[in-house]
Structures are given as structure tokens and as C-alpha cells.
Ligand binder design. Structure first.
Ligand code: C2E
Ligand code: MG
Ligand code: MG
Ligand code: MG
Length: 277
């Protein structure tokens, strides 16, 4: 019996691996042509200032919809885009989309908002990164203070290039920089005071239990206080419940992003929301 099971398991393992390989290969092909086939698009998730109750920004999130595989999650396609280098083109594409969209909102007379765009380690390590951002800003005419680049803590720590130099080059362009998924990487809190950033995003994993777990609440409190002491704004990510919001307000968190206010929206839906708030 055991022999048979072992053999079956092995066959099954191979089949799973084959399936996974072919799914990855399919996604790679989808990514290669995603821009020309218009299978890549952007959703924007609003960010609310919780003391003024207004939308002050929105995060651009990449979406892929393929006729055969349907919606593919960024958790699945971003790593494939990074390994293949396709993130360079896709990352530039979403940056241009986001800047064009935000410029059009400014032109329509909406209260200015900051659009934030996620940047991958692979993009950061590309020698032309800063000049690419500069040309997209010039090309789209978006004033740089209305663009924020989200860089993760682990990107900064593992990056080949000097993080301090990169961040000051970006600040010299006039764009904002935020530290995404904060708390999940390996940087010390002290690191925060040595790098130039504008915003810090507390990772959802800390926010999840903020109203139930005293330790998580203490960590959030410490992060918010430290950030404020160095003039950095704090965004709480993935806020879903009223109880979390109450704690975050009490701790003077500046901005909240999460399903409690809104899921990521198509551009037209975000425009409707801005019109009605
Ligand atoms: P992230 O940058 O930390 O983005 C926040 C993620 O949390 C998004 O997932 C968003 O839809 C989700 N989220 C927001 N509020 C809630 C909530 O209340 N509950 C729950 N359960 N989830 C919430 P998404 O869009 O699936 O993106 C996942 C990750 O993929 C992003 O994490 C980011 O690291 C990456 N990603 C997405 N778009 C891009 C992109 O254009 N470029 C790069 N390099 N990475 C991207
Ligand atoms: Mg992000
Ligand atoms: Mg995040
Ligand atoms: Mg994340």
C-alpha cells in the first residue's frame, strides 16, 4: 500500500508541478502582451484623512483580466513580472496611467489628491529609475507633489543601491515617498529617522488585531508617535471594522485605507465618489 501511495503521490506532485509551470508560463505570456491587449488596467483605492473625513489620496493597484484565466491576483502575477523583468514596462505603464488620471482630476477641478503608485525592487535597482519618473511627470504635466511612490521596507533594506541617495534623488524631483507594509521587514525603527520619507503605511497584519490585541495596539501606537515626531504622516492599511477605526482615531493615525471606506475602484467609480463627497 505504502509503495503505491508513494508512487501516486509522486505522480501527483509532478502533475501539480506541471500545472503550476504551465500556469506560470501562461501568466508570463499574458503579461508580455498585457499592455497591447488591454488586459492590464488600474483600480484606485481611496485614502481618507480621518480627522477631516475627506479623501486625500488614492493608491493605484494593478489588475489583470484575461479571457482564459479570468482575474489574476497581483500576489500571483507581480512576482512573475519581477522575475521576468516585465515589471519594468508594466511599472512605467501604471505610473503613466496614474499620473495622467490624477492630472485629469486636477484639470476637472477636484480638490487635489495624491496618487500613490507601488514600486518594485526590480524597478528601484534599474539605473534609469529616477529619470524615468522625471520624464513621466514632465510628459503628463502632473505637479510632482501629487505623486507618491510606495516603496516597501524590505526593498530599501535589500536594495543594491544606496537607499538614502535614491530617496533624496526622488525628493529632489518633488515627489512624495511612502514606506509600504511597514513593520513586516527587518529594519530597525531607528532606520526611520535616517531616511527621507513623507509617509509610513502600517501593514494590515498589525491593523487586523488592533482592537483585540494589546500588543498590536502598542506597536501601532509606537509607530504613529515615532512617525509624528519626525513629521511623517501615517496611513493604516486594510482597515475593515469600526472598532479598528476607533482605536486608530484615538491614537491619532492620520489616514485610513481599507474596505471600511472603499474597495479599489475603477476610475469612473472613483470620480463618482469624489463628486458625492
Ligand atoms: P499593497 O501595496 O500593500 O496594497 C494593499 C493591498 O491590500 C491591495 O491588494 C488592496 O486591495 C488590499 N486591501 C486594501 N484594503 C483592504 C482591506 O480592508 N481588506 C483586505 N483584505 N485587503 C485590503 P492587491 O490589490 O491585491 O495588491 C496586493 C499587492 O500587490 C500590493 O500590496 C502590492 O505589493 C502589489 N501590487 C499591486 N499593484 C502593484 C503595482 O502596480 N506595482 C507593484 N510593484 N506592485 C503592485
Ligand atoms: Mg502599496
Ligand atoms: Mg501595503
Ligand atoms: Mg502588501
Amino acid at each position: 500500500r505504502s509503495k503505491d501511495t508513494g508512487k501516486n503521490k509522486f505522480t501527483m506532485f509532478c502533475r501539480n508541478m506541471e500545472e503550476e509551470l504551465s500556469r506560470n508560463a501562461q501568466i508570463l505570456e499574458i503579461l508580455r502582451s498585457a499592455i497591447s491587449s488591454k488586459e492590464v488596467y488600474v483600480k484606485y483605492q481611496p485614502q481618507y484623512n480621518i480627522s477631516t473625513n475627506t479623501i486625500t489620496g488614492f493608491e493605484a493597484l494593478m489588475r489583470i483580466n484575461n479571457s482564459k484565466l479570468g482575474n489574476i491576483s497581483p500576489a500571483e502575477f507581480i512576482p512573475i513580472a519581477e522575475e521576468s523583468g516585465l515589471i519594468i514596462g508594466l511599472g512605467e505603464w501604471i505610473l503613466r496611467e496614474a499620473c495622467t488620471f490624477n492630472k485629469s482630476l486636477l484639470d476637472q477641478g477636484f480638490t487635489p489628491c495624491i496618487v500613490s503608485v507601488n514600486i518594485s525592487t526590480v524597478q528601484i535597482n534599474h539605473p534609469d529609475f529616477v529619470s524615468m519618473v522625471d520624464s513621466v511627470l514632465k510628459e503628463t504635466n502632473l505637479p510632482p507633489q501629487y505623486l507618491e511612490l510606495e516603496i516597501t521596507e524590505s526593498t530599501l533594506v535589500s536594495s543594491l543601491i544606496d537607499a538614502t541617495i535614491l530617496l533624496s534623488n526622488l525628493q529632489n524631483l518633488g515627489v512624495h515617498v511612502s514606506l509600504d507594509d511597514f513593520g513586516t521587514g527587518y529594519s530597525s525603527l531607528n532606520y526611520l529617522t535616517t531616511i527621507p520619507i513623507n509617509t509610513l503605511k502600517i501593514d494590515k497584519s498589525f491593523v487586523d488585531n488592533i482592537s483585540k490585541n494589546d500588543k498590536d495596539a502598542c506597536i501601532a501606537d509606537a509607530i504613529i508617535q515615532l512617525a509624528h515626531s519626525i513629521q511623517v504622516d501615517v496611513i493604516a492599511e486594510g482597515v475593515e471594522h469600526e472598532e479598528q477605526l476607533i482605536v486608530l482615531k484615538k491614537k491619532n493615525c492620520d489616514i485610513v485605507q481599507g474596505y471600511i471606506f472603499s474597495k479599489p475602484l475603477l476610475p469612473s467609480a472613483l470620480i463618482n465618489l469624489l463628486k458625492n463627497t
